[in-house]
Design a protein around this ligand. Sequence first.
Ligand SMILES: *Cc1c(COP(=O)(O)O)cnc(C)c1O
Length: 494
Amino acid sequence: MESDASGRLRALPPAHELLESSAARALSAALPHEAVRALVRKVLEELRRDLLAGSAPSDRDDLRRRAIQALEGEAARARAPRLRPVINATGVVLHTNLGRAPLGDEVLTHLARVSRGYATLEYDLEHGRRGHRDRLISALAASLLGAEDALVVNNNAAAVLLAATALAAGREVVVSRGELVEIGGAFRVPDILAAGGARMVEVGTTNRTRLSDYERAIGPDTALLLKVHRSNFALVGFTAEVSLRELAALGRARSVPVFEDQGSGALIDTRTFGLPREPTARQSIADGADLVSVSGDKLLGGPQAGIVAGRAKLIEALRRHPLARAMRPGRLVFAALEATLRIYAEGRAVEAIPTLAMLAVRPETLRARAEALLAATRALVPAEQAGALAIEASEGRVGGGAMPTARLPSWAVVVAARDGAHAAAIEEALRGGEDPPVIARVQGGRIVLDVRTIADDELMPAARKLARALGGTHEIGQDAGEGERRETNDDMGE
Ligand SMILES: *Cc1c(COP(=O)(O)O)cnc(C)c1O
């Protein structure tokens, strides 16, 4: 046995030979030499295992061919971008793991136009001298939010950190115990305040906070009254909270600025989409907040950014702080955000901002879209597999930590799998491969593709992907099926 096995292993191509192959050279263009050597070792290790298990060819040339093929596969994967487009079939509109808000064509066109060459990022054309990126879109953002001034930073977490640092380092920030929230991705209000060097003064209880709690907490060291919008959870039952309006009145009376971390960046009334009312940043300013901060890529529907708006004196203090320099976005963000805000200014948001369009789409349209996806998929699979496909009513969500209790009635294409393992295999095949992966939900042994988040031009690619996932996981033996299956499994290795 022993000598038989070692005899077989002698047919393995030597590592140096593989390292000189064109596949390895292609890898070297994308990876450091050490990583290429490691991949060659990995390929040889796998071949060795297959050889010992008797599942590899014993012929020297065949083995070499197989090793090169495996290396070519690795090279293709190494060259492929890691940040890739996907089709979101989860029905979660602001999917944080999938990049939150998609950008519309108009925004992308502007982005491309100002990014291809040079642009007026910090240049004042009127006077022919240096300008300030800080002020590029301040006036536009401020006017949309009804504020005196505004500043754009990399995200809302940065906005809160900057405000805590610039306005309250070494001093106290008063905040309700009911608002010490965690947003995910390690944004926790107490930690952000601590990172900014501010001392947190908690008031009230988890479920009830009164105005008198804030009143008692204000002292000579109080720098800020902070209100955090509970954007990603709901507090129900025996609860009490102080409205922003009341808190703002208290702040004015005691000369302490009030800062609201509003989060979602809703600029239009969400009730127009049949959703619960989400407070808008404009309303926060109107209610008397001295500063309000929002994300650019949640309900606002723009690029990842943080906008902090409010009193000119406070915004100027943030702008001057050294941290602001470390948090400033680049021109890609300014371009996309300016184009997004202009759409709002022109009153075209619901049509031209994909996030809002997806929230606004009517159930009949979703049903027709689900029917189109069903028909396109059925046309691509054998009759017995077509029978496993159907459409049904579904429920999506806003996502992105916004409106956690709201449900979006939608429509979905549903695949009835044979069992849990089959469902998992289909879901995995949807995620694998070269074409845009389709991210779907698995629910009770079924695969659900909610069409609210699938754009019309993604329907055919989604149908092809689904058909292939079904073909690749059903009974092998049909030629196409077997080929597909192998391709899919290879890609799983990523
Ligand atoms: C989302 C959110 C944040 C974090 O915003 P990012 O833009 O993701 O950094 C902070 N506070 C609230 C209330 C939020 O909803």
